[in-house]
Ligand binder design. Structure first.
Ligand code: BG6
Length: 484
């Protein structure tokens, strides 16, 4: 199979930090189809040689195990080309088409790693020169829009040029091995399915915690915030995979139809429930792993009176027969106590205890990062004292260790899926719009309450966020995993 892969935004942060390193790994693992060309396009005037040199320097900055040897890089670099393009000039798109037409590759993947406000313009221009033919796919990086109306506008324009099966919307969490494992856990095993419902489950917690701050991305982040950056996409995608009904096949639309049903079943927010069930926070100076760190308002390129949230915790419900009444708590934040992404399924307690001491309900922890694994928390008797209390024990599976050889990173996986044209791991436009529809009342309520008294609650860097987040869960008689 032959392919051409074009990165718009070829000198941008995403291309350097994520896409090229991932592509190099795919190359190293022998997964990249042999007959391929990679083209970076950007505004700068330079030639293939200079771009390759630049790329070589960038690829030396990745972690040791992922760094290319001189020989490996020389082979990889031969696939890489550079082309100057001004994205507003129609002639430059004709030039791109001519480059692609130099040979007719089976597939052309056009990856838009640019600012999303350029997506409509780029897609229209691609359509105008006929680069929407059936063997072309376009990959759209998040964030896709900043609210429902802007997402719909982008989707409408992209959709007027490309068919739905040609437009691949990235949510890089879907490429993480642990997220794929969640599908395997639920639909490749019969064990949990009878328990996977309101009768056995007390609550579900999804935490995407980061220990880093916003760093040099202050200007982007301040216009975005944690709700748009992490909840509208990554956290909701995880929720759909936890809560969805078994799809009838592994087919992309069979899966995405079920995910969409979950999004449509989420309890809608109104102003009152936003104020009650959503907590927003902003980090202040505090202690992180590497010592004292500054607060959000002191970060580079952040306005001094910003109300941008760097933390969100919320409570929702999936209103259907399987889940009615079960709280789903979602939480994300920057500068939290740890980098830790996990889904915790808290089971109901036993109906009656015959052992002394407090009984502890079972818990299944699906760990996404930093480790990728599963923990099943049970109770056991040590067996040496009569009338003893039970002690907590856990079954611990470490997938990183078990499958070390075969693990591929999220972007590597997604790039390979895009080249192969498999859509399972990409988000359909209706899913994405439904997710915006659901978060929109939160955005609107915050905007209205942003006056003197409103705004996010402060929390010290290096903690688990504002105390109100614990109160949100405690109100239902529960606690977050780290407090249990
Ligand atoms: C991105 C967000 O989508 O995900 C970033 O824009 C965030 O703000 C990142 O840091 C987290 O991804 P990961 O894979 O490191 O959990």
């Amino acid at each position: 199979m032959s392919f051409d892969l074009v990165f718009f935004g070829g000198t941008g942060d995403l291309t350097w930090r994520k896409l090229m390193p991932a592509l190099f790994q795919a190359f190293r693992h022998g997964k990249l189809p042999a007959d391929g060309r990679i083209l970076a396009v950007a505004r700068e005037e330079q030639d293939d040689q200079r771009y390759r040199q630049w790329l070589g320097e960038r690829l030396q900055r990745v972690e040791d195990a992922k760094r290319p040897s001189e020989q490996e890089f020389a082979q990889f670099a031969e696939l890489v080309h550079y082309r100057r393009m001004d994205l507003s000039r129609p002639d430059d798109y004709s030039g791109l088409k001519a480059w692609l037409d130099e040979r007719s590759a089976d597939t052309a993947v056009l990856y838009l790693a640019t600012s999303p406000h350029l997506f409509p313009q780029i897609c229209e221009q691609l359509g105008a020169v006929g680069l929407n033919r059936p063997n072309v796919r376009v990959v759209l990086e998040k964030p896709l829009g900043h609210d429902l109306a802007s997402a719909q506008r982008i989707n409408r324009i992209v959709g007027s040029v490309f068919g739905e099966e040609q437009a691949l919307r990235i949510d890089h969490y879907l490429g993480k091995p642990a997220v794929q494992n969640l599908m395997a856990l639920r639909f490749g095993n019969a064990l949990f399915e009878p328990l996977w419902r309101r009768d056995s489950i007390a609550n579900i917690q999804i935490t995407l915690a980061e220990s880093i701050g916003v760093g040099s991305r202050g200007d982007f982040y301040d216009g975005t915030g944690a709700l748009r950056d992490m909840i509208q996409n990554h956290a909701l995608q995880l929720l759909t995979m936890v809560a969805m009904e078994p799809p009838s096949s592994h087919d992309a639309d069979a899966i995405r139809d079920e995910k969409l049903k979950v999004l449509r079943s989420l309890k809608p927010f109104d102003e009152q429930s936003v104020l009650r069930d959503v907590v927003r926070g902003q980090y202040r100076k505090g202690m992180a792993e590497d010592g004292v760190v500054i607060g959000y308002l002191d970060e580079e390129r952040v306005p001094p009176n910003s109300h941008c949230e760097t933390f969100v915790a919320l409570r929702t419900e999936v209103q259907n027969w399987r889940w009615a009444g079960v709280p789903f708590y979602l939480r994300t934040g920057k500068r939290l106590a740890e980098r830790d992404a996990q889904i915790v399924v808290n089971f109901r307690p036993t109906p009656h205890s015959i052992f002394p001491g407090a009984s502890q309900p079972n818990k299944l922890v699906i760990k996404l990062q930093p480790e990728d694994g599963l923990e099943l928390h049970l109770l056991a008797a040590k067996g040496n004292v009569q009338g003893e209390s039970l002690v907590p024990v856990s079954l611990d599976l470490d997938f990183d260790k078990a499958f070390a050889e075969n693990r591929v990173g999220a972007y590597e996986r997604l790039l390979l899926e895009a080249i192969a044209g498999r859509l399972n791991l990409f988000v359909r436009s209706d899913e994405q719009e439904q997710a915006w529809r659901w978060v929109e009342p939160i955005l609107q309520t915050w905007q209205r309450s942003d006056g003197a008294a409103g705004g996010p609650r402060p929390y010290a860097a290096g903690t688990w966020g504002p105390a109100a987040a614990s109160a949100l869960v405690a109100r239902d008689g529960f606690s977050w995993a780290e407090e249990q």
